[in-house]
Ligand binder design. Sequence first.
Ligand SMILES: [Zn+2]
Length: 316
Amino acid sequence: MTTPALLERLAGGPQGSFPGALLLTGPSESRLEAEARRLAALLLCSEHPSDSCDSCRRAASGAHPDLFVAEAEGVQIRVERVRQALEFAAGRPYEGSRRVALVLGAERLGVEGGNALLKSLEEPGSHLHWILTAARPESLLSTIRSRCAVAIVPALTRAERTALWKSRGFEDDEAADLALFAPETEAAPAELLADYREFRERALLALDTALSGNRPAPLLMLAEDLGRAEPRYPALVAELLADAAVASSASAEHIRHRTAAGAVGALASRRSGEALSKAAVSAADSPPDSRRGNRRLHFEALLLDLLVGGLTPAAH
Ligand SMILES: [Zn+2]
């Protein structure tokens, strides 16, 4: 087992130090792909340690003659594509001394395509590097797994995701919110962010109206919305309840939704930390299935429970 930091050093090292067949695995498919492309560019770079040379730019845009990328078209990586990769692998480098062949989402190799790769993975030759990515390595042929050095690429931390969104031009508070829910590869993050914030505001208002006036109606409406919402919204409500529980006992610096700290703080004053925490745990455990009303009923029960229980002295 090896790590991304070690691989980066090996990529800049002498010929033969980087694995000839490498499997990158980890929870985020987009991150695996980005890491595979980054390592490929490093391997092909002629001006270490430069990431802005001509070779690096062409590798990043996929236009480097010594870089080949095989990925799924539809559900599978076509056998044709694997054959092309093998032809590329057998050829000499045009520039420098190396070629790199990427197989992105290698769990989508069919049996025939996978088997076709085995010999070259076993003996790639001194000038060739295979880099495979798989978020679900258990679904790879075991004969592929056993021929590769394996490196685990961890998911980005929240701070790293925040920095990433800032580097893409979002303001501090927008980047902080995007880091909470948006996949790194999200195509239209600004629209998604607006929907997300709108829902968050609505959920916080419903909770506050209900809990401050002991009125169930806003909670029943919120449960109904959550019953058919995308999974990120039930998760959001679970986070808000957990934040309110944290805010009732610790400093607001420790909450996740810092950009909604005011409303979260108000919610924290409506019920005890214990009751909020219990509701948060139950909300985080909501049924994934939004059909048949399961999820709506789940939220109705936990929100009404919160309404009648855990009154703080101030709320009496
Ligand atoms: Zn370079």
